[in-house]
Design a protein around this ligand. Structure first.
Ligand SMILES: *Cc1c(COP(=O)(O)O)cnc(C)c1O
Length: 399
């Protein structure tokens, strides 16, 4: 997830354009802005790159999730099926919408198991939020088929998987809405930012209004604009959008470098029969931000993650014990620690998250290590890394 590794003159020039115009707002000031519309350019180019009709930029990936839920009409008391291996933003956005996150098992794609959706259905289920974790895809075609058959909305959280695809189609474009993040650690970054994409013109218009206090953006007189709906402020600034324009134009170079680096390490690791790689429904569509692999049991996985980091192979994550991406360590959710009271019905409708049992997900995440793939590795650093990986895996094989 390394967009920040390759900032250069391209980003500087884009930001300079905005500073020279003096207009940091993405709307209006038509005369003053000297033709600079960075957010609009980013939206147009992102939609084209993803092969989707519409894109709306917003202030974060979390904002994108909130916008997607709102414009899909997911709200009070609705249930949304989600995987337990994700980022906390998934359940935050759902709870903030007044809806109920319902966790269902993942499979060896490390993403939601399409076969687990049916068991999680209730009469209140409204949507499935599929999360394409660690740079690669869920079985999104099968998930889509289940959603269509059951009449459920499909929202894709592709915040970690921009540039990845399944059978040539961009992740984020399978469901009704797709969401991306450009936060500081994502594949391309603009400091803070996000985007929703959709082929539905009406949902796009709603997103556009919702993310800016419900304004309809007709004409260029803010005071005269209508408010078709009650919205909120999820706007991106022109400064952030400017960085994003430059970063998006580097996406294909980023993907190519990541894929080369990942393949070199993966090839070396394939010699160790204890190592199983994450299942990729379409390996060619992997964005290769991470190399995720499983060891035979949790004890060896935990030990190996520690040994890899100690041997200088930094950026090896054992998600089962760290509190970033897996339900097991989310004590705040399990105890429903909130700043302000949630809508009363949520306390009735939400399951007790400390009792949610997902034995298959536990078994998979308990054996999984993800190694971050960086852009800035020089050839000799990559070779040193591979040598260290061989050393650690060799010792594990003997021990
Ligand atoms: C980063 C991330 C988000 C949230 O994005 P922000 O821009 O940081 O708000 C949501 N979902 C997943 C899976 C993420 O990795």
């Amino acid at each position: 997830m390394p967009g920040f590794e390759i900032f250069g003159d391209e980003e500087r020039r884009q930001v300079q354009d905005v500073l020279d115009s003096g207009v940091l707002f993405r709307y209006g000031f038509d005369a003053a802005r000297q033709g600079q519309w960075k957010a609009q350019i980013f939206e147009r180019e992102l939609a084209a790159r993803m092969g989707v009709a519409h894109c709306h930029l917003c202030s974060s990936g979390t904002a994108a999730l909130s916008i997607a839920l709102a414009v899909c009409g997911v709200g009070a008391g609705d249930e949304v099926i989600v995987p337990p291996f994700t980022f906390v933003a998934t359940f935050e956005a759902i709870l903030t919408a007044g809806a109920v996150p319902v966790f269902a098992e993942i499979d060896e794609t490390l993403c939601l198991d399409p076969g687990a959706i049916e068991a999680a259905l209730t009469p209140r289920t409204k949507a499935v939020m599929a999360v394409h974790m660690c740079g690669a895809m869920a079985r999104i075609d099968e998930i889509k088929t289940v959603c269509d058959r059951k009449g459920l909305l499909l929202i894709e959280d592709s915040c970690q998987s921009i540039g990845a695809s399944f059978q040539g189609k961009a992740l984020g474009t399978f469901g009704q809405m797709g969401c991306y993040s450009f936060d500081p650690v994502k594949t391309i970054t603009c400091g803070e930012g996000g985007a929703v994409v959709t082929d539905d013109a009406q949902r796009h218009a709603l997103a556009h209004a919702y993310a800016d206090h419900g304004h309809d953006h007709i004409g260029n007189d803010r005071g005269a604009e209508g408010h078709p709906i009650i919205g909120y402020n999820y706007r991106i600034s022109e400064l952030n959008a400017a960085v994003g324009v430059a970063q998006l134009r580097k996406l294909d170079t980023i993907l190519a470098t990541q894929r080369t680096h990942k393949a070199a390490i993966r090839d070396a690791m394939a010699a160790y029969p204890q190592v199983r790689f994450r299942c990729l429904p379409d390996p060619a569509g992997d964005s290769a931000t991470f190399l995720s692999f499983m060891l035979p049991d949790a004890e060896r996985a935990r030990h190996t993650a520690r040994a890899l980091n100690a041997a200088g192979v930094d950026g090896c994550f054992y998600w089962y014990d760290n509190n970033w991406h897996y339900l097991r360590q989310w004590q705040h959710l399990k105890q429903m620690h909130v700043a302000a009271k949630l809508p009363a019905q949520l306390y009735d409708y939400c399951p007790n998250y400390s009792r949610v049992a997902l034995p298959r997900s536990d078994a998979i995440i308990g054996r999984t290590i993800s190694m971050q793939i960086k852009l800035s590795w020089r050839p000799e650093q990559l070779q040193a890394r591979i040598a260290a990986v061989r050393q650690v895996l060799g010792e594990m094989a003997q021990g």
